[in-house]
Design a protein around this ligand. Structure first.
Ligand code: SF4
Length: 394
């Protein structure tokens, strides 16, 4: 089922999920292809969440018998990477899909984990769309994202537009399609799905516009272009273009003496964006190389700071209690934080028992520096002129 779909998804050189990268940095796909593909724990957990989401949709829309559903779900829940919050989040995804389906006057066509052909636009490419809904002239393409590190909005999202192009090609002869709606459900980031719409004409025009870029990417031609799209690139640690950019950014930091001005700080921060993450990724890559026996001149692997563990905690604590040590000394009793309780209780129960009766108050986040284009409103400590007279005198 999904496992096959995800394996296939990984095999397209120019994958839809990597489109934001190869559309910006055309040689990246061929370069990535030369490097090992290691799947992070977060990615594996994402695959598990997708499989659970798919199973739930199959039950509702494909008539999967309850017994089979329960047996499969039990297997997924026994997986070492399973966490209860996955159940809650995939329910939110399924509920969102149901809410869309219910807006149609008659039951729409629903395809789950459908492989779509993208070769009209991108050489040898295909993608697997989590959910496609078509009816009453509308095409919905919906994707579930399990990650929380990077918010993925639906607006102008190339992966989603490619899925929509694939779905349009597959189904437009069977169903008339006039409107295209894209939605990303990313429950760890947003309470509400991110939604965006595009006309069929604009979607097809976008498809045409990327054809030459996709051709260049397929051939591995073009300039290496660094940007936020490098974050998930397999070459992100050792890519020469990125390394040169990072080092250039570093050497610019001191600029000319004596002090840099605030006008320059903005540019230095912009240029040095990602230096910390890149440095960490490069150190991890070098460590794995020297641990394999390779040479990285000037560096070696050493044993890090160790820790202490009980040989057997039960035996140790029994021994301590026998020696008269009070339980209160041995254990720490700490209340769970609201986010931890939300995860333990599920979003719904947490909302009913804590948020709605007013047991949870929101505190403002610590001020953080963000690029000008960030969607959050700007804040300041400055006293506004109209508040100046009411401000307490210290
Ligand atoms: S790290 Fe960035 S610049 Fe280098 S190949 Fe990957 S996407 Fe391109």
């Amino acid at each position: 089922m999904t496992q096959i779909a995800h394996a296939e998804r990984d095999h397209a050189l120019l994958s839809a999920s990597g489109a934001h990268r190869w559309l910006h940095c055309t040689p990246s796909a061929r370069l990535e292809d030369t490097l090992p593909d290691t799947e992070s724990e977060a990615a594996k957990r994402g695959t598990l969440a997708h499989e659970i989401a798919e199973l739930k949709l199959q039950r509702i829309f494909s008539g999967l018998p309850t017994r089979k559903f329960n047996a499969e779900l039990k297997k997924f829940k026994a997986h070492e990477l399973y966490e209860p919050v996955i159940d809650d989040h995939t329910n939110a995804y399924v509920e969102f899909i149901q809410s869309i389906v219910h807006t149609f006057p008659t039951p729409p066509f629903v395809a789950i984990e459908r492989k779509v052909d993208l070769t009209d636009y991108v050489p040898e490419s295909f993608g697997t769309s989590d959910c496609i809904i078509i009816g009453a002239g509308k095409l919905y393409v919906i994707d579930y994202k399990n990650g929380q590190g990077v918010p993925v909005p639906a607006e102008n999202n190339p992966q989603m537009k490619l899925y929509a192009l694939g779905a349009f090609k597959a189904f437009s002869l069977l169903f008339p399609i006039e409107e295209v709606h894209l939605a990303i459900v990313q429950p760890k980031v947003w309470d509400q799905p991110s939604e965006w719409s595009i006309s069929v004409t604009d979607l097809l025009a976008w498809g045409e516009s990327i054809k030459p870029i996709a051709q260049a990417a397929y051939k591995g031609e073009g300039e290496y272009v660094i940007g936020e799209h490098c974050g998930f690139c397999r070459a992100k640690a050792t890519c020469r273009a990125r390394t040169e950019h990072m080092l250039k950014a570093g050497s610019k930091a001191p600029l000319k003496p004596p002090l840099i001005g605030w006008d320059e700080v903005g540019e230095v921060l912009r240029q040095a964006e990602g230096v910390d993450k890149w440095y960490k990724a490069l150190k991890e890559a070098a460590l794995s190389e020297v641990l394999k026996g390779g040479q990285v001149p000037g560096w070696k692997a050493v044993e890090g700071r160790g820790g202490r563990d009980y040989a057997d905690i039960d035996t140790a604590f029994t021994h301590l209690k026998e020696k008269g040590i009070e339980e209160a000394v041995l254990y720490e009793r700490k209340p769970l934080t609201p986010p931890q309780l939300e995860e333990a209780l599920t979003k719904k129960v947490y909302k009913e028992l804590l948020e709605e009766p007013g047991h949870v108050i929101r505190r403002s986040g610590t001020p953080t520096l963000a690029p000008e284009g960030d969607k959050r409103p700007a804040i300041s400590n400055q006293v506004k002129p109209e508040d100046a007279f009411s401000a307490p005198i210290e």
